[in-house]
Design a protein around this ligand. Sequence first.
Ligand SMILES: NC(=O)c1ccc[n+]([C@@H]2O[C@H](COP(=O)([O-])OP(=O)(O)OC[C@H]3O[C@@H](n4cnc5c(N)ncnc54)[C@H](OP(=O)(O)O)[C@@H]3O)[C@@H](O)[C@H]2O)c1
Length: 473
Amino acid sequence: MPSAKFISSLIISLASLQAVSASPMNEVRETTYPDVIPGAGLPSLESLGLTSAQLYEMPKPEASEMTIESANFDSRCGPADAAYTNVNGIIACYNYLKGLGTTHCGVGGNGVTEFCRSGDAHAIGQSLTGRDESSYCSDVAIGLLWVINGCTRPDQSCAGFSAPNGNGLMLPMGSPVDYERAAKVLKKALEQGANLWNGSTHYGTPDANSLHVLRYYFDKYPEDAEKVVLTLKGCFSHQSGPTGSPEAIRASVEESLRVLGGTKTIDVFELARVDPQVPVETSVKALAELVKEGKIAGIGLSEVSASTIRKAHAIHPLAAVEIELSLVTPDPLHNGILDACHELGIAFLAYSPVGRGWLTGKYRKFEDIPKDDFRHRFPRFGPAVFEQNFKLVEAVEQVAKRRGLTTAQVAIAWVARQGAIPIPGSTNIDRVAVNSNLATLTDDDMRELQKILDTFPIAGERYGGEQEKFLNA
Ligand SMILES: NC(=O)c1ccc[n+]([C@@H]2O[C@H](COP(=O)([O-])OP(=O)(O)OC[C@H]3O[C@@H](n4cnc5c(N)ncnc54)[C@H](OP(=O)(O)O)[C@@H]3O)[C@@H](O)[C@H]2O)c1
């Protein structure tokens, strides 16, 4: 069973936005319960000899039931207050799905699939690979349990999803690249549950980039190929910018497959940037052809606006959208991008969740950035805005201190709480291990962080210069 590949974005109750208070706990404790409605193709309660009342009245599940590898995904609560709904309906769905055992709960490659519904609670699965995926229903149930235990509020409302953690492959491992060191970092990430890897043909040189690191890795550990969801960006060069013509897209995919040499499939191929010379519909049609040919499994876009996401998704469903999102770049929360992804069931990959190092506290004054450091390319690290931007970092540090976490942990957990999959990057094996395990932030923490965002706006463009014009395209 490809359970590790099943990207169980179990989004619970997102469809019941306005109805959260329609069935408060007290009412549910009465003898009438909402019907528990199985998803299409799953066995009816009648055929199992069960009633909705029985599913509601089963004992509350124990956290100790969460033992299997496939459910080893951290829970992300929320994302919005309005998504919270009565936990009892979710527990009833948990009981139903758990009872199905090794029955397959399948999801289509395009969009979301409902496994169970009761009252306002919806248990939904989503494939991130662009392919049809399935998992044992009991594994799906454990994903739900993860959320029930991690995201139930004192008023017994609950919302959240269970998803893998990401890991970035923009690993500056020296020149020549230290492949063995990179492989150790990646091995650690996977061992810790970060099975969504994000690379690009332009992370490195044409002869030594993410693909070459991946080839080295999967030659060494072929058994891991099935465990990793690879999201790969292409069709971009630092010198000439994006290349989104059908010919260029095909060439980029073919070259990627050549370097991978059959060691790993491309689960999601993304345009690193939309080519302003080519309508996005044309580019997505070209990618859809490659899906049809089986060369890539799913399609993604990076740095696109909400309207581009909608246009592209109408041509072929997008599996993923990759956008910068962090406490120093909260823009996607306000420009409709995150909402569009949630609405359309597109996985949101949050890149640079640690603010490219801002949210580590390592850079406390401008002089702390080494002279040859790549951060000098980014306006937000510039001397004119450094002091202002550091104020936000200091405030986040206070939250981290109070919670006994590092600033980076708070930064990554905040991103995850937005309903995104963070893809932090680190060259350090210990930090990768930390990044792969999400910390939990309380609603109070989230409110405090929001206050910090409101008080200390970040100054400076994200990329500056030529690169800035390819953003939010
Ligand atoms: N689509 C796009 O346009 C785009 C652009 C940029 C990045 N990305 C993707 O996003 C991934 C991550 O982005 P990023 O590397 O720019 O930014 P990031 O993850 O926000 O920050 C990385 C920096 O933070 C440090 N760091 C990471 N975790 C840490 C921790 N727990 N404690 C202390 N320091 C920590 C790293 O240093 P050490 O290495 O020393 O730990 C590194 O300097 C990339 O690998 C790439 O896959 C995509």
